[in-house]
Design a protein around this ligand. Structure first.
Ligand code: PLP
Length: 253
């Protein structure tokens, strides 16, 4: 079969049986932006919208094999990484990324579910920071994930979050999108941080709506825009609007 030249996003992450988050959300989001997807599954989770009942990890070699096959089969123009589950899977994913430095990877550093279950083993956080984050074009933590990644308390304000983000840049992260969705106040502000560049703020009004899987959706929408050859800043701006419109629709229902 001839290689498919249409740009694809390679989705690397876990399944969520409820469909609220994980790869189902990713595929839905990327498809609705008109970009095709291919897949590398890292874990199978048994979930309802309220609870995570079970988690089964895939073998790291199987994750890497899926990635390499997807890359061979398609024109992969961006990679979206979500739930990674273990340090061994992180190492396997990092090894593949090292083979394809030209393909931008967006990492949503999934640590726990909203219901409080760990989706990444505790000893894997260091591996994620050291081995994987520096290989990614963008990492998209929310304020809670950011604090956990720098082993600190939740930042008290925006300046505090920028300081925490700076710590990750100093540790080799290329770019960070700090998502302010978990903060309070009338505005929802996300901050794009890059070394030696002024932070860029993306701001919408805060809606009285909550939805599972918005983190998956945001990172997937950014990856789809990058796959469409848009610059990073523009991709983040379009993706934020995409999530805002989904929340607006949910609020109206
Ligand atoms: N399950 C999987 C497979 C995920 O990838 C994620 C988040 O990325 C979650 C669950 C958590 O979603 P939520 O915080 O909306 O429960």
């Amino acid at each position: 079969m001839a290689l498919k030249r249409e740009p694809h996003v390679l989705v690397v992450g876990g399944s969520d049986s409820s469909g609220g988050a994980g790869i189902a959300r990713d595929i839905e989001t990327i498809s609705s932006i008109g970009v095709r997807t291919c897949l590398a599954l890292t874990a199978v989770t048994v979930q309802t919208h309220d609870t995570v009942r079970d988690i089964r990890h895939l073998q790291p070699g199987l994750v890497a094999d899926q990635m390499r096959a997807a890359l061979q089969a398609n024109e992969v123009a961006a990679i979206k990484i979500g739930m990674l589950a273990t340090a061994e899977i992180i190492a396997a994913v990092a090894a593949v990324l090292l083979e394809i430095p030209q393909v931008p990877a967006i990492l949503d550093p999934v640590l726990t579910s909203t219901s409080g279950r760990a989706l990444l083993e505790a000893d894997a956080v260091v591996a994620m920071k050291r081995e994987l984050m520096p290989l990614c074009r963008l990492v998209t933590p929310n304020l809670i994930e950011l604090a956990l990644l720098v082993a600190s308390e939740l930042a008290p304000d925006e300046d505090g979050a920028v300081l925490q983000g700076q710590e990750l840049l100093n540790a080799g992260v290329q770019a960070l999108l700090i998502k302010g969705g978990h903060a309070s106040g009338p505005r929802s502000t996300d901050i794009l941080l890059r070394s030696n560049q002024e932070p860029i703020r993306f701001d919408t009004s805060r809606l009285a709506a909550s939805m599972r899987g918005t983190g998956c959706m945001f990172a997937s929408a950014i990856a789809a825009q990058l796959a469409n050859a848009r610059p990073l800043e523009d991709s983040v701006c379009k993706a934020k609007l995409f999530v805002f419109e989904k929340l607006q629709k949910q609020a109206a229902e």
